[in-house]
Write a protein that binds this ligand. Structure first.
Ligand code: IPE
Ligand code: IPE
Ligand code: MG
Length: 254
């Protein structure tokens, strides 16, 4: 995979100048329905979804997104048939095996968010290895949410804070944020969900408190660079008030 910016794309990007979301989070949904529509097994949808992910990571670099967080396996996905769960584990392992060298070369820093406990130890080891190998890269931070749940994340944060003996008066929005898996990272500016579902499904529930949301009917395997660009364009038209009035925002920008 090449994540090099093609000069021919530059004019395409002019309208995004200054309005590119720094942190984009994606709920990659619709693999199963993509396969079903074609009379294929769900596994084919997951495979195609993985192919698509390669392209979207590349597009994120091209569009100058700094942090991309992808939802790959939720704490609720354990409720799926055992065979599908095993397949999703195997896909994670395969992606690491196939893509790590190239992602590393292209400056992608891989991080895992979620719990490694419960994941097959061989796969978990590869995840840790992938994170260590790419830790010094700075071009794009890629957070892979695998065995991730937003409520679970908050539970772990609170447990850790209590273990550290943090005094009640020191519990703040900042200290909670710092104890989440996303610790040092800014909150997502834009959350995208494919496949026409309008819910967060336990994804970044704390961090997305003020994110812009973008929902599309396009199924994840079909969500290409153009679809991604459309989401970023839509983001660029949004007014983020953070509780303030338009008049205040106008004064601030003068
Ligand atoms: C998203 O696609 C991938 C994961 C949740 C792992 P789905 O597998 O949820 O696809 P649909 O929703 O059944 O179409
Ligand atoms: C959310 O998709 C989880 C991922 C994309 C990994 P699901 O397809 O599992 O969500 P629900 O169950 O429809 O809410
Ligand atoms: Mg789904």
């Amino acid at each position: 995979m090449k994540i090099l910016t093609d000069n021919s794309m530059e004019s395409d990007m002019e309208d995004l100048t200054g309005r590119v979301p720094r942190h984009v989070a994606i709920i990659m949904d619709g693999n199963g329905r993509w396969a079903k529509k074609r009379g294929l097994p769900r596994a084919a949808g997951h495979r195609q979804g993985t192919e698509n992910l390669r392209k979207i990571i590349r597009a994120a670099v091209e569009f100058d997104v700094k942090i991309l967080t992808i939802y790959a396996f939720s704490t609720e996905n354990w409720n799926r048939p055992r065979r599908e769960v095993q397949l999703l584990m195997r896909i994670l392992e395969m992606v690491i095996d196939r893509e790590l060298a190239e992602l590393n070369q292209e400056g992608v820093q891989i991080r895992h968010i979620g719990e490694l406990d419960g994941i097959d130890s061989r796969v978990a080891k590869k995840v840790v290895q992938a994170c260590e190998t790419t830790a010094h890269n700075t071009r794009l931070i890629l957070n892979v949410a695998f065995n991730y749940g937003g409520r679970d994340e908050i539970v772990h944060a609170v447990q850790n804070m209590m273990r550290e003996g943090i005094a009640p008066e020191d519990v703040s929005e900042e200290s909670i944020s710092q104890h989440l898996y996303t610790g040092d990272l800014p909150d997502p500016d834009l959350v995208i969900r494919t496949s026409g579902e309008f819910r967060l499904s336990n994804f970044l529930i704390w961090q997305s408190a003020y994110a812009e949301h973008y929902y599309t009917d396009v199924l994840w395997p079909d969500f290409d660079r153009i679809c991604f660009k459309a989401a970023l364009d839509e983001f660029a038209t949004r007014t983020r008030r953070f509780g303030k009035t338009d008049e205040q925002l106008e004064t601030e920008s003068e």
